[in-house]
Design a protein around this ligand. Sequence first.
Ligand SMILES: Cc1ncc(COP(=O)(O)O)c(C=O)c1O
Length: 341
Amino acid sequence: MPWTPIVDAPTPVHALERLSRHLGSEVWIKRDDKTSSIYGGNKPRKLEFLLGEALARGYKTLVTGGGIGTNHGLATAIFGRRLGFRVVLGLFKQPVTAHVRKSLLLYHAYGAELFFVNNLLSALWRFHVTERLRRRDAYFIPGGGSSPVGVLGYVDAGLELAMQVERKELPRPKAIYLAVGTGGTMAGLVLGLRLAGLRIRVVGVQVAPRLLANPRISLRLARKALKLMRRHDRTVPDLDLTQADMLIDASYYGAGYGHPTNGARRALSLMAKTEEIELDGTYTAKALSGLLHQVRSEGEKGPVLFWNTFNSVDLSPMADRVEPGLLPEAFHRFFEGGLVE
Ligand SMILES: Cc1ncc(COP(=O)(O)O)c(C=O)c1O
C-alpha cells in the first residue's frame, strides 16, 4: 500500500516509576510523543499512509483543518511542505491558550495557507461541499487525519506494541488509555492489537464533541481500514469488531473541546512533577486524568499503559520568528486579550 517513511519506529516504552510509586500502581507509557524528531505525536503515523497515498496519486495540494490549535493541521503543514505539497488549512474557533497562539504562528512559519471558518459545522460543510467543488485537484484529509487510510498508521502502532510485548520490553498491559478526538487513533490501535492476537482493553477518553468522538465512528473507521487491508491482501483475517471494542469514556471531557478541566490540570502537573513529561490540556492531560481516576477509584494495580499522543519537539524558535500581523486578518483577534489557562 502507498506509504512514505516519517516515523522513527518503534517508539520507546518504559515504566513511569515515580508516578507508579506515587499511585501504588504500575503505570507504563508509550512514547508516541517521539514519533519523529521533526514533529512527534500521533499525527506522523497517520501521515505516513495519507501522504503516501497523495504522492502515489500525483496530488500537489493537501486540504485539511481543525480547531485553531489543531496539531493535525500543523503536522500536515510540516510534513506536507517537506514533501513538496501546497498545504491549505481551514480553521475554526476554540478557547485561546498559549498553545493555540503558538500553533497559529507555526502554521504560517511552515508555509500553510489558512482560512477561517466560524464553527465545526461550517467547517464540515466547507470541507465536504464547497472546498471540494472549488479544489477538484486537491487531496482532502479529514480532521485529525482520521480516514481509513490514516487509521492504518495506528494499525501499525498496535502491531508495534504487540512486538514490544512479545520482546518483553513491557509487560502485557491490562488496559491502555488514550485521548479520542476524531477516533482514528483508537480505531487503528484496537484493530492492530486484534490483528496481532492481543485482546487488551483500550479505553478512549473523549476530548472532542460526541459528534466526532464516539464508538460508532471509531468502529466504522476500523471496519473500513480492515476492508481496505483485505482488499490489498486476502490473508488479513476478517475480524468481528463491535461497538463494545470501542470503549469511549465521556467523564473527563469537561465543558468542551479545548476547555481545561481541574482533573486535567492536576494530571498535567503530576506528570510534569513526577516524570518531567509535558502533556497538553486539550488531549493528553484529559486522557491521563481518566487513567488516574480509574486507578484510584478501582484500586487497579496495573500494569496499565498511558499512550502519549502529544508532540514533545519544541518548535518555539520557529514560532518566535513569526509576527501575528503576518497571518490573515481573520486570525488577528486571537492575539488580543487574555488567555485561557
Ligand atoms: C495530541 C493529540 N492527542 C490525541 C488526538 C486524538 O486523536 P484522534 O483524532 O485520532 O482521536 C489528537 C488529535 O486529534 C492530538 O492532537
